[in-house]
Design a protein around this ligand. Structure first.
Ligand SMILES: [Fe+2]
Length: 316
């Protein structure tokens, strides 16, 4: 069944629940600011179950959703710094990602993906820097995501409005003053090998954000997918982590995809106020064979004369 909720007073016009669009129509709508949710996808449920097993094994004997009550922020940082790369680079993680994307109608020979990330949000007062950074309002495109980027977000354990993420739909396609011009992706890649240096009270990295805090009455939209469901949105949406005021640690998976046809013809989101240097395009691999984009495909999205730093971060 396909239904939609029209929230006409904001530019993010539609949240589509279990739509029947094909992949081309889905991307067209995402790049216009719509958000989609698929509520019951067996391949998503399987990815969540796989991840719950991995997390439970890594944190045992503690219950993962209450581990923050028994471990200090420093202990949690050490556990996550050890565990998160294992999840990211587990061969089954990318296999699950491929199954999710193709189950929802995308072609593995046309779609390129970044590695899936496991996010943790501890209840307020817990670790919120470095390896568990709580993202302030941002667009992924301020962090050098390509305008073609599609973001996929799924809970691992049940989530609620007090421990998830939110959108600020008023700003889709509209300029908001921000410091993305201070962000150089290749310099940021050089920092990624030193994540421990930025955990605790030492997170000095550039995090692009609006220059002024958003108004207290800024319109916000929170979409809450069930476990086994997944939310999809443009990387150009202004969005943030909601400070976790629940008593449970939130675990979610997100990953990003780019369609080669969009890269070649320049389709994508508006990117009304993106000033960062460099592009994350080289992080994406074709799902069918893990091929890179060619430098000819990347070049129109890169910033000429940016040879400092690290073009592609490879974890050691
Ligand atoms: Fe983001």
């Amino acid at each position: 069944m396909s239904t939609s909720t029209d929230i006409r007073r904001t530019p993010m016009a539609n949240v589509h629940i279990d739509p029947s669009f094909d992949d081309a129509e889905r991307r067209r709508r995402l790049f216009a600011g719509d958000v989609l949710v698929y509520t019951k996808v067996p391949e998503v449920a399987a990815f969540a179950a796989f991840t719950r097993d991995l997390v439970t094994g890594a944190l045992g004997p503690d219950d993962p959703t209450s581990v923050h009550t028994r471990r200090s922020p420093d202990e949690l940082a050490d556990l996550l710094i050890d565990f998160k790369p294992k999840f990211i680079h587990h061969p089954e993680s990318i296999a699950h990602l491929r199954r999710v994307v193709t189950a929802l109608g995308a072609r593995e020979d046309e779609v390129y993906a970044d590695v899936p990330k496991l996010r943790t949000a501890f209840p307020r007062g817990g670790l919120s820097t470095g390896i568990a950074y709580a993202f302030q309002p941002h667009r992924d495109t301020w962090y050098a995501a390509p305008r073609q980027q599609v973001n996929w977000w799924m809970p691992v354990w049940p989530v609620a409005t007090d421990n998830i993420m939110e959108f600020f739909p008023r700003w889709f396609g509209r300029e908001i003053p921000n410091n993305s011009g201070d962000y150089n992706y290749y310099v940021a890649n050089a920092w990624r090998g030193r994540i421990k240096d930025f955990s605790g009270s030492k997170d000095m990295r550039v995090h692009p954000a609006p220059n002024e805090p958003l108004d207290a009455d800024e319109p916000r939209v929170t979409v809450v997918p069930p476990v086994g469901g997944i939310m999809i949105f443009s990387g150009d949406q202004l969005h943030a982590s909601i400070p976790n005021t629940s008593d449970a640690t939130r675990y979610s998976i997100d990953f990003r995809t780019v369609h080669v046809g969009d890269v070649r013809d320049g389709s994508g989101a508006p990117c009304a106020d993106v000033r960062c240097v460099g592009t994350a395009m080289r992080d994406f691999r074709r799902l069918s064979d893990l091929a890179d984009f060619t430098e000819e495909e990347v070049a129109p999205y890169d910033t000429p004369g940016t040879d400092d730093g690290v073009k592609v971060f490879v974890p050691s």
